[in-house]
Design a protein around this ligand. Structure first.
Ligand code: ATP
Length: 345
């Protein structure tokens, strides 16, 4: 269990402000946010490798704020593997045992299990520079777990891998977490990774936590414009509200129900902005016309913008849609949005 209370860190050009976080025992938790948000610094504060200016960090009920890294019971895996190039795979794996004064004899069954489980037995006498990215990350995982940490910290462990290895290591992390039942805290900027792996997540923006909660809540119920955009709700608008209606300039959108309490924004996923097709709930769908003004080719699909007065809506279309329906730029299109697709916060 991790309890972070009022953590702050001040650097020359960046600061972490009043970070409060509670991660349960055995949980797979992600710190999610854009590059430069401060995710790695939080991980480093927990590991004890970056000095903090205030607050305290408890691991499994122990205040570790002033303990050196090797006394915190934490394993860490880095994006760039950070293996020792001059040591063999075997020496890398057992490196932490000597450093933390753990008897290698007592740990031999455990290390043997890890070597087998991570599929690195045939690599034991090789040296890191001769390994593929996926192999390096398996070795880095074995090294971090060899000291039997109660908490595994993972700093973007998938982002340096090419897509094939990324999927393989992602699956491995999920299975390892289930088998080992220890707490995993992973930093990532990739929402789909967090969605696949973690139960709960904290969204970090510019040194602050924007939202914490079950990953499905973060995805479906973002609580700020930043989180809404981060999870792919590309249509975020400031709005006024009147009962079960949102007022955007001169456009009125029906909501599925009146908002609870004071709200300032609505957000809609681009895939819920339907162009030229009937809504699944025609009785109360929001229907309006706008001009198709931009098409961006995203490979498998096209992102299009539709202008309606001062409002710009983003939608997605397949290439087939676009050509079959001859949707050219500057044509007028009919847009429909189901009230249940409008998220209010
Ligand atoms: N030792 C340091 N001294 C000064 N600034 C630092 C130091 N370490 C990190 N920073 C700055 O703090 C900010 C947050 O860094 P951090 O590595 O935590 O970001 P991140 O969210 O992990 O991003 P990324 O996904 O790119 O790794 C960045 O602007 C970085 O340049």
């Amino acid at each position: 269990m991790i309890e972070i209370d009022g953590l702050s860190m001040e650097l020359s050009s960046f600061a972490l402000y009043n970070i409060n976080l509670s991660v349960r025992n055995g949980e797979f938790f992600t710190l999610l946010g854009p590059t430069g948000a401060g995710k790695t610094l939080i991980l480093e504060a927990i590991a004890g490798v970056s000095p903090i200016n205030g607050g305290c960090i408890c691991l499994d009920g122990r205040d570790v704020t002033r303990l050196p890294p090797e006394k915190r019971g934490v394993g860490i895996v880095y994006q760039d593997y950070a293996l020792f190039p001059h040591l063999s795979v075997k020496e890398n794996v057992v490196y932490g045992l000597r450093y933390r004064k753990i008897d290698p004899e007592e740990s031999s069954d455990w290390v043997d299990w890890l070597v087998e489980r991570l599929g690195i037995r045939s690599l034991l006498n090789r040296f890191p520079p001769t390994l593929s990215g996926g192999e390096k990350q398996r070795v880095a995982l074995a090294r971090a777990l060899a000291v039997r940490p109660s908490l595994l910290l993972l700093d973007e462990p998938l982002s340096a891998l090419d897509p094939n290895f990324r999927e393989e290591i992602r699956e491995l992390l999920k299975k390892l977490h289930r088998e080992l039942k220890i707490t995993f805290l992973m930093v990532t900027h990739d929402f789909s990774e967090a969605l696949f792996l973690s139960e709960r997540s904290a969204i970090i923006n510019n040194g602050r936590i924007e939202q914490v909660g079950p990953i499905s809540d973060v995805f479906n119920k973002p609580s700020s414009p930043f989180v809404a955009e981060f999870v792919g709700m590309k249509n975020v608008f400031r709005a006024g509200f009147n009962g079960a209606r949102a007022l955007l300039d001169d456009l009125e959108l029906h909501l599925s129900r009146p908002p609870d309490g004071h709200k300032d924004y609505i957000a809609i996923r681009p895939e819920d902005v339907l162009i030229g097709v009937e809504s699944s709930s025609p009785g109360n769908a929001n229907v309006f016309h706008g001009e198709l003004c931009e098409r961006i080719d995203r490979g498998l699909y096209l992102e299009v913008s539709i202008r309606r007065g001062n409002l710009l809506f983003k939608a997605v279309l397949t290439k087939r849609d676009l050509f079959e329906r001859n949707l050219q730029e500057r044509t007028e299109v009919r847009v429909s949005i189901d009230p249940s697709a409008i998220h209010v916060f």
